[in-house]
Design a protein around this ligand. Structure first.
Ligand code: ZN
Length: 329
């Protein structure tokens, strides 16, 4: 399919930078993806190398979309945080070790001659769901990504909510259980340390779930694929669905924590819409009853006016949100 945007139609580039993959897309003002491509991050090769490959990736999606670089209006980046959106620096020694402290905005602005914005990937995902997904038409939208970690973004009247000095709300570190697991942030019982994919896997291991899964029921039983060698969040979900009581107890604990977190988000932000996305929320149906039970008990917020929805854009939320951020520059 050939896309033929009118020459005057603005086209932006969205970039989604994660620890393992960098995706880019040329996107029209209406939110149509004109072309897309991805490369592996390989942060260990250093930032100069990464920057060269990111520039080439943007050039490639523009060429494939047959967009004259002169018609590129702006570039938006969503990046695994922490990032400083004001300074344009990536401050993530965890998943982008050699990129820690680098400014990514200035060199891209110089190369392409357009405005460039950098945001935390959770904020970019929130913007994507607000623009084209489950948060559409909401005035206040809270979007939470529950996956390897738990990150959230809050959109207010179309803008990303920011704290002091542009700081990003760390929704995954809502402290829910003082007796819960220690979190790397310094607190105990953070939402992320109870209900992220790795936290679910760790809790299952601690409760004696077999690491190999041999002989355990699950979606891999009877297939030609070798049994998984690690307990993963996905594996625990599959075991919970097949009736394993340990897996069900672990998922129930994660669901209770998620329900408490959603309850708190409702009382903090009183949003129109809460969007729950990320890999763990693919099992939204296992979490939904606990959330609903607790939220329906809320006598303070107008909960009948608040929609709690599963995310609609999957892995594209961050990429599309980055494009929307570019369009707003
Ligand atoms: Zn924490």
């Amino acid at each position: 399919v050939k896309h033929d945007p009118r020459p005057e139609e603005p086209v932006v580039a969205g970039i989604d930078i994660g620890g393992t993959k960098i995706a880019a897309a040329a996107v029209s003002a209406a939110g149509q993806v004109l072309s897309r491509a991805a490369i592996s991050t390989e942060a260990e090769r250093g930032f100069d190398d990464g920057l060269r490959r990111i520039s080439a990736l943007v050039q490639r999606v523009l060429e494939e979309a047959q967009v004259d670089p002169a018609n590129l209006r702006a570039i938006g980046i969503g990046c695994a945080g922490p990032v400083d959106p004001v300074a344009g620096t990536i401050d993530n020694p965890y998943t982008l070790p050699t990129w820690d402290g680098v400014n990514i905005i200035d060199p891209l602005r110089a190369t392409f001659g357009v405005p460039v914005a950098l945001e935390n990937d959770a904020d970019a995902a929130a913007m994507g769901e607000y623009w084209l997904g489950a948060g559409r038409d909401g005035r206040i939208v809270v979007m939470v990504t529950v996956g390897t970690g738990i990150g959230g973004g809050v959109i207010v009247d179309g803008h990303i909510y920011r704290g002091v000095d542009g700081a990003h709300p760390e929704i995954g570190h809502l402290a829910l259980d003082p007796t819960g697991p220690a979190c790397y942030c310094g607190a105990r019982g953070c939402w992320e340390s109870i209900a992220s994919g790795p936290a679910i896997a760790e809790a299952a291991r601690a409760h004696g779930l077999s690491p190999v899964g041999a002989g355990l029921p699950g979606k891999d039983s009877g297939s030609d694929k070798p049994a998984p060698t690690l307990v993963t969040g996905e594996r625990v979900v599959a075991l919970a669905r097949s009736g394993d009581p340990v897996a069900q107890a672990v998922i129930d604990r994660a669901a209770q924590a998620t329900a408490r977190a959603v309850f708190s988000l409702i009382n903090l932000y009183v949003p129109d819409i809460i969007v729950l996305g990320g890999g763990v929320m693919e099992a939204h149906d296992l979490f939904e009853p606990a959330i609903r039970t607790l939220v329906e008990r809320d006598t303070m917020a107008p909960v009948d006016r608040i929609a709690i929805r599963k995310a609609a854009l999957g892995g594209d939320a961050g990429l599309l949100g980055a494009a929307r951020i570019a369009l707003d520059l």
